[in-house]
Design a protein around this ligand. Structure first.
Ligand SMILES: *[C@@H]1O[C@H](CO)[C@@H](O)[C@H](O)[C@H]1NC(C)=O
Ligand SMILES: *[C@@H]1O[C@H](CO)[C@@H](O)[C@H](O)[C@H]1NC(C)=O
Length: 504
């Protein structure tokens, strides 16, 4: 399925240039020497356009830094967060866990990042319930059909050791408890500490509580500071990826870095997402039909009939690759910008990528930054390849998600935690309005268009701010759902002003 996206085009254009250089180096040099400066610049710019460097070849970056344009510093803004730093140490009243002989077993559900946040919440829940946590089972039935176990994706020993001052974690339920009656409990979504205090009553009857779903079981706010900090310790220190994944991830980061700064673009233009959201803008009739059939046939997707136009103008559609191209160009990123596409298979492949690629030819996927044999062991495991993309995204100079979702939120939060690395969150509703105006001929791409786009995103660059509360006007428990996710922005609990010495 992941058949060398874009690699063919990429190889042929670079080899064409290489061939030309090999055949006639003398002529080429002579040509440069005798040309006027105008002609010289022309040649260089044409060459730069065609010569998309092979990042896997260490020689390809000699003396080359793909882009460095003066006066465009904000595009690669160095974070303005020097006075802020991570603070995850417990307060003085925090105590070590006791050796409770009660257990929580968990089945984590969802894709990689839904499972990651769920696992960290279950660490916090185990702590609140004074229970021993059994290493969670991962979801094998989700859309991604990944058979990976916890230790395939995460460094299990590190997870257990890092949290030993917080929660006792074991690999398996003790043999003698395997056959005892268990409380099977679907925890209520977005629950707070008092809910879990009530749940603790179950210990009077049971020694094991089984939790069949781990996503969003703990509220974002109204949780004691020490529990919030524990969530951060779990997420940012304990739940590290397994060694093979960390290694390949950092290798890709190094290869990209050796060519300069790069944008990680989470291009959520995958079949499942388009089908789920019912967004057919820019697709052919056949494609729209295919996605609609997929939606009708997916049982747990409740909304079957969707008006694509309304979805789009409401800002509920992932930006198309072309729209992302227009967006980044309007922000001022030069066409030489290195872009790493963090995504699964792009729907329609090269056909839908063509326009983005024509604006930004230096477009890479993990398949074009890594050697095929380096990716082989991960290839049939969606969660493992997603983990590689996660690493490259967290480490990028700029992160741009084309849609909001678990991965976008998790990466943004992690980047905030690490020092407010820049994340540009597109205002999809506002952008679509501008795009539609250009399509209707009421607006043209250019300096004015750019200034509108830049203005629109001034406060969407991931700069420090406290986590947002619920949307105004929403009543009851529904408001909990509208709060900004804890892992999207762990400020203020886990990001503090320097000088608060007790926090560290
Ligand atoms: C957990 O243990 C602590 C310390 O022993 C105790 O204060 C607290 O009430 C216990 N909580 C539950 C839910 O059992
Ligand atoms: C979808 O919504 C748009 C805008 O509200 C409307 O013009 C169009 O007729 C709707 N299409 C269908 C098939 O209902």
């Amino acid at each position: 399925m992941v058949s060398g996206r874009g690699r063919t085009a990429f190889r042929s254009s670079s080899s064409r240039v290489a061939l030309a250089l090999k055949k006639a180096p003398a002529f080429f040099l002579l040509f440069i020497v005798i040309s006027s400066s105008v002609a010289f610049l022309l040649v260089v710019s044409v060459l730069q356009k065609q010569n998309v460097p092979d990042l896997r070849d260490a020689r390809s970056n000699q003396g080359q830094n793909v882009f460095h344009e003066d006066g465009e510093e904000w595009l690669w803004r160095v974070p303005l967060s020097r006075k802020l730093r991570p603070c995850t140490k417990p307060t003085r009243s925090y105590t070590a866990p006791e050796d409770w002989d009660r257990y929580i077993t968990v089945r984590s559900n969802g894709g990689l990042n839904q499972m990651r946040t769920g696992i960290c919440d279950m660490v916090a829940v185990a702590r609140m319930l004074n229970a021993t946590l059994v290493i969670p089972q991962l979801d094998r039935k989700s859309f991604w059909q990944d058979s990976s176990s916890f230790s395939d994706i995460f460094d299990e020993e590190h997870f257990i050791a890092t949290l030993k001052g917080d929660v006792r974690i074991v690999k398996e339920l003790p043999k003698e408890l395997e056959s005892v009656p268990k409380a099977r409990k679907h925890f209520t979504s977005w629950s707070s500490k008092s809910y879990y205090e009530d749940i603790a009553q179950l210990w009077k009857t049971y020694k094991v509580i089984h939790v069949p779903k781990s996503d969003s079981r703990l509220s974002n706010n109204d949780v004691p500071l020490d529990i919030q900090r524990l969530r951060c310790r779990a997420m940012y220190y304990a739940l590290r990826f397994s060694r093979p994944i960390e290694e390949i991830g950092m290798k890709l980061v190094e290869r990209l870095r050796s060519h300069g700064k790069y944008i990680a673009l989470h291009l959520r233009y995958e079949k499942d997402m388009l089908s789920f959201t019912g967004c057919t803008y820019g697709l052919t009739d056949n494609e729209a039909k295919e996605l609609s059939i997929m939606r009708q046939n997916t049982n747990h997707w409740k909304t079957k009939q969707i008006n694509s136009t309304e979805q789009r103008i409401g800002g509920n559609c992932p930006l198309t690759p072309k729209e992302v191209g227009i967006f980044l160009r309007a922000l001022g990123y030069p066409s030489s910008t290195l872009i790493y596409i963090a995504a699964g298979e792009i729907y329609g492949g090269d056909r839908h990528l063509a326009e983005l690629k024509s604006y930004f030819p230096n477009l890479y996927f993990k398949e074009t930054v890594a050697m095929p044999e380096e990716l082989e062991v991960f290839a049939s495991h969606a969660s493992q390849t997603a983990a590689i993309d996660y690493i490259v995204s967290v480490e990028s100079d700029v992160f741009v998600p084309s849609y909001s979702g678990n991965m976008a939120r998790a990466v943004e939060g992690h980047r905030r935690f690490l020092g407010h690395r820049m994340t540009i969150s597109p205002d999809r509703k506002g952008l679509v309005e501008l795009f539609d105006k250009t399509e209707a001929g009421e607006l043209k791409e250019g300096p004015f268009f750019s200034s509108l786009v830049s203005q629109m995103h001034k406060s969407r660059l991931g700069t420090p701010r406290e986590r947002k509360g619920p949307l105004p006007g929403v009543k009851g428990r529904a408001r909990l759902r509208t709060e900004e996710s804890f892992y999207e922005n762990p400020f203020p609990e886990c990001i503090c002003k320097t000088g608060h010495t007790h926090m560290a």
